[in-house]
Design a protein around this ligand. Sequence first.
Ligand SMILES: *Cc1c(COP(=O)(O)O)cnc(C)c1O
Length: 360
Amino acid sequence: MSRVYNFSAGPAVLPEEVLREAAEEMLDYQGTGMSVMEMSHRSKAYKDIIDEAEADLRDLMGIPDDYEVLFLQGGASQQFAMIPMNLMKNKAADYIVTGQWAKKASEEAKKYGRVNIIASSADKTFSYIPDCSDLPVSEDADYVYICENNTIYGTKYKELPNTKGKILVADVSSCFLSEPVDVTKYGVIYGGVQKNIGPAGTVIVIIRRDLITEDVLPGTPTMLKYKTHADAGSLYNTPPTYGIYICGKVFKWLKKQGGLAAMKERNEKKAKILYDYLDQSRMFRGTVEAKDRSLMNVPFVAVDEELDAKFVKEAKAAGFENLKGHRTVGGMRASIYNAMPVEGVEALVAFMKKFEEENL
Ligand SMILES: *Cc1c(COP(=O)(O)O)cnc(C)c1O
């Protein structure tokens, strides 16, 4: 068996320890004689799995009691519709567009109400986060929406926008559990888990309880009401049972690593190794403004496109997978999520140095 260093943006690397544990439990989960995949979601064994996953997540993030934790399906993209359907009481919302995912979310929301783009970084191909300290927040906006870490472009909000009292809704798909978070600053925090937590198929929504009401847009399907899932403890229908089980294991792994403060420290250390190298390299450079750099997704380019392609090819042959940049951006992108070990980043930088020496 040989494992590569996987720099995929998602689905992405998971902690090896978690994968091993899951493998050990594959045929017989704790004496039940079956795999978690084969288990009724109404069984006692499964109830313990989902309850423990929620409790551990609450513990990790310090989620207050007045917030609900929902394990849903449909990916982050389904939330692009679910959010306006459930929250647009005035049929108006403000969006800050810092990349493709925020743009897609804003476009979906337009189907349900008036969408104001109150800030954008499209003018410089999303290479920065706009100043959000004093934005023209709409009087009647039901919420202000952000994508907190821009997976494709590699930027991250270092400070949350001043929403002037409006509810903040954040897509945290690619920075989920990468650092401590003050949940009380948000109305809704959500993310697909396949970037930094678990296997594709589960989306976690953390939502303030008072935002969960029957007062949703007319015609909202039962499955797309937060209330349906909140009332049923995420067991209204069959949830993504195996995915939630793996997420639960990752939560335990994160607690063992020292929790989110320890993860932040480790993630900063990893990112610094890569950014410090990029900042002095004559072959490669990072593509976003230094102050807005993501700890999770690091896009960079070589001096020309030919060398980009050569680098990706040679890196792959050397065991560094999925370094090709997003199809809309080109170049390279190294996603260095929680489960990427420091040694993976060190090995990548050593490889980049060697490539630089050989090709410049
Ligand atoms: C990947 C990603 C999405 C889309 O997630 P799906 O689960 O494929 O719908 C949305 N937002 C962000 C920030 C992402 O990184």
